[in-house]
Design a protein around this ligand. Structure first.
Ligand SMILES: C[S@@+](CC[C@H](N)C(=O)[O-])C[C@H]1O[C@@H](n2cnc3c(N)ncnc32)[C@H](O)[C@@H]1O
Length: 247
């Protein structure tokens, strides 16, 4: 039995838990579903975020999931969670964990102004944003429009409640699509099943910077395509080049 075959066998048996540690995937009303929290964890594992922004903290279930994910996986990111003062005060008085968590800062104020003034006083880029506050077209559009220009090159935005046409959250979907077009971001909708399946329901979209193919690269790929599809033409072209350039 060769060594590389044994190595291949070992790789086939890798389990997710040996690659990353997941905190408890809780189901709570008004919070991301367990499946969505797991997706957030996977994105965080991929982009290794230093600066994380969450608009809409509510009971802090996803905030705490992200903070514990960072700690469990030895990642040194920091979460800035934005919500209204009364909501955050209630959260801190009800869950003492938020008073001691070193990787979470709760930002009180009314969005989008609280986010705008925080961005004005911080010049860091955002590596991961979770947009989940007020679900109107204009609120989502405004938040995304200030986050998008500050998104790092390899950053992601997780837009929760990305609805479908004529659904309750159509406004979120329209705002996400419009901002994505405006800032050249790619949209990956994560719609699955319906909301009667509370654990596995997923209604969100992920945004990431669009990767543009330059004209010389497009020409390169067109030439490769022609060479594969029309080998006779490619061989005439090759002979012509050989005759003219000697290559
Ligand atoms: C759906 S909950 C967030 C759930 C949370 N992200 C989670 O996964 O557990 C929405 C939150 O957005 C907050 N919110 C809505 N409009 C806001 C505004 N204009 N400014 C600040 N917070 C707002 C609400 O107070 C509420 O706590």
């Amino acid at each position: 039995m060769s060594e590389s075959w044994l190595f291949g066998l070992a790789l086939n048996r890798l389990e997710l838990s040996s690659l990353l540690k997941m905190p408890l995937l809780e189901q709570q009303y008004g919070s991301l579903t367990p499946l969505e929290k797991a997706q957030v964890g996977l994105i965080m594992a991929v982009c290794q975020p230093k600066v994380i922004v969450e608009t809409g903290v509510w009971r802090g279930r996803t905030t705490r999931f992200m903070a514990e994910f960072l700690t469990l996986n030895h990642m040194d990111g920091h979460i800035y969670g934005f919500d209204l003062p009364e909501v955050l005060n209630e959260l801190k008085s009800g869950d003492s964990w938020f008073g001691i968590a070193e990787n979470v800062t709760l930002m009180q104020g009314t969005l989008p102004n609280s986010l705008v003034s925080w961005l004005e006083s911080h010049d860091q880029l955002i590596d991961f944003a979770l947009v989940d506050a007020y679900h109107s077209y204009y609120a989502v559009r405004k938040e995304l429009s200030v986050i998008a220009p500050r998104l790092s090159q390899h950053g992601y935005i997780f837009c929760h409640d990305y609805g479908r046409l004529q659904s309750k959250y159509e406004g979120v979907m329209c705002a996400v699509n419009d901002v994505a077009r405006l800032f050249s971001l790619s949209v990956l909708p994560l719609w699955s099943k319906d909301d009667s399946d509370s654990e596995h329901f997923c209604q969100a979209a992920i945004l990431h910077r669009e990767v543009r193919c330059t004209t010389p690269r497009k020409i390169f790929h067109l030439r490769k395509y022609i060479a594969q599809e029309y080998p006779a033409l490619a061989s005439i072209w090759g002979r012509f080049r050989h005759y003219v350039h000697g290559d």
